[in-house]
Design a protein around this ligand. Structure first.
Ligand code: MG
Length: 257
């Protein structure tokens, strides 16, 4: 028994030495292409140097109304804080995106009322798609689920009606909260069929809530998810029709991948 063990050790040692002789460590090291230098920003909410700022100053110039006319976004803006205007509807970015990293901060009003889905409902649509039935796309839910229950695949951090968040990382109303997401858009074949599904990774207040989730399609309120072919698309923020007090946003930036 002891002999066999010693023999095995010796064999391992010899094999290891042979491997060391066979390979040069340099063979598994490479130097190009050199990753671009990006200044990561030091303060909370400060975007990295290569980010496109979607909301950070005193204008809504990156946004339009998400209707057919695509007029100016008419949400309220004060000192860099944008508040949903429930009368004017959803807003979407002027630019189109495919794959990206996105950072967003939102705040549920401290005096929020309502319950279930009717309490601070909004949403981050990773791609806004105009479909016959109205505004479509892929929604990462925004909702106040701090001590507020609803169907779990519709709570904050869920991919709406597809996947609940891995955990409930909601902060109490009145505090700023963050989403950091990595979105890889779906790809389609020339005949319109799905080539590769979309994936979403999301951190809510720094906590992983979606881990490379494979989307089953879009995220409708009614009916099963489905894929419809599309290319680069705007990002959308939802103005939900519930009666609760409107939520606010600040520091939204995106890095194209
Ligand atoms: Mg919503």
């Amino acid at each position: 028994m002891k002999k066999t063990y010693l023999l095995s050790c010796l064999l391992l040692l010899v094999t290891g030495m042979q491997a060391q002789q066979k390979y040069d460590p340099k063979e598994t090291e490479y130097y190009t292409p050199v990753p671009r230098i990006v200044n990561p920003g030091n303060l909370p909410g400060q975007p990295p140097s290569d980010a496109i700022i979607l909301l950070g100053g005193n204008d809504l110039s990156e946004w339009v109304n998400d209707n057919d006319k695509a007029g100016p976004a008419e949400w309220l803006l004060e000192k860099g804080v944008m508040t949903v205007n429930k009368k004017t509807g959803d807003i979407r970015t002027k630019r189109n995106f495919t794959d990206f990293q996105l950072h967003l901060e939102y705040r549920i009003p401290e005096n929020i009322t309502g319950s279930g889905q009717a309490r601070g409902n909004s949403g981050l649509f990773l791609a806004s798609l105009q479909v016959k039935e109205g505004a479509g796309g892929y929604e990462l839910q925004i909702l106040d689920n701090y001590q507020n229950d609803t169907y779990v695949n519709g709570q904050a951090g869920s991919i709406y009606k597809q996947y609940p968040p891995l955990v409930n990382a909601c902060k109490p109303p009145g505090q700023w909260q963050t989403y950091d997401v990595i979105w890889i858009a779906p790809r389609f074949n020339a005949d319109g069929s799905l080539k590769t599904a979309a994936t979403l990774t999301a951190f809510h207040n720094g906590v992983l809530v979606q881990n490379n989730a494979l989307l089953k399609g879009d995220t409708p309120y009614t009916g099963p998810p489905a894929y419809r072919p599309h290319g680069p698309a705007p990002i959308k923020l939802q103005s939900h029709g519930d009666k609760s007090e409107p939520i606010s946003f600040q520091n939204i930036w995106v890095r194209e991948l």
